[in-house]
Design a protein around this ligand. Sequence first.
Ligand code: ASP
Ligand code: MG
Length: 424
Amino acid sequence: MEIFKFGGASVKDAEGVKNLANIVRDYKNGELLIVISAMGKITNKLEELNYAYLNQSENAHSIFEEVKHFHFDIIEALFEGKHNPVYDDVANTFVEIDWLLEDEPDNDPDYIYDQIVSIGEVVSTKIVAAWLNETGNKTLWADARNYIKTDNTYREGKVDWDKTNAIIQKELKPLLAQNIIVTQGFIGGTSENYTTTLGREGSDYSAAIFASCLDANALTIWKDVPGVLNADPKWFDETEKIDQLSYHDAIELTYYGATVIHPKTIKPLQNKGIPLFVRSFITPEGNGTAITKENNPLPVPSFIFKVNQALISIFPKDYSFIIEENLSNIFDLFHKHRVKINTMLNSAISFSVSVDDNEEKISKLIDALSAQFTIKYNKNLELVTIRYYNQQTIDRVAVDKDILLEVKSRHTCQMVMKDKNTNR
Ligand code: ASP
Ligand code: MG
């Protein structure tokens, strides 16, 4: 059996849904479970809706109308004559949110977020499952909240692997013999059956969980790029597709910020030796990238860019050395303020880190750090990570840049850089 995962870009309109069905039609390797995200950019819209509702803004109503229209336009383009049960099914899902929006938001905001934002996936999978049935593929819609069991850390549900594994084996596996199964990425359920989400872009991770618990032969993630490239085409004109890479390199690349796959996806697959294919839903005949246990080094250096970085340098106010007395304290503050360190370097009396410059979080963190340390910081920077670097690749990205911090290990070089032409 295999797992397919389709993200929002692949099902952003009726054509996308039809294209997905063609890919499924051409699949000939036996049992299949399909994990799907919310359509297009609906998750962002639902986040806006959630925000408007929490602030009791008048916009909530019109944003929700937009979400409904978006989906019904797609349904109408697919199913003629309103006879298909998907019309009622989707309308009923929306009614649940209508009810929620009628009351004042007096619950935990993260809980409310999950109840609202999760419907993107619920609705997208209802539409796709209906279309697959309509086009002759016997398909069952499965509610991921019954299978992916999490704790109640809303917005960042932690998966209970034992429970999840047991219930998938017992209740989901037998259904695959008779049907293609369509289910949601990104969402899970608590033991009291409340909806949780697994963190933005978490659908890849969901697909890996299903693959692991079902001992799938492969997971294929269908994307709008031909496979894993050695750089994001947004930053580089010339990119190369990597035909095969090791789990290890895939983890490193995604950890440093390659957005092609969610970083949490690889480990569960690696543990069970399940290959991960990244292929294009635009050119499905291409063979994409295979991520497997074969430990070949990357054929070309790979580049990962992160913009909007802040470099924070921390100095003890007394004469103490940074490592001995201060590091645990510093990490504690980063952890408390939920600021993730992208790269770091220490000297005897200083500690420097590069972080995503989230204005609000960072200013609170700096306030907290300033109680004990002298802080210097620099904004509007870029972090470039090169995997399998050499001097030539460093020179290539450093043109017209000042390198403020450089960290090298055997295979990876990270540089925090400032554009020479911007005086900030
Ligand atoms: N729909 C969710 C998001 O946009 C999950 C995903 O696409 O992976 O974050
Ligand atoms: Mg997405």
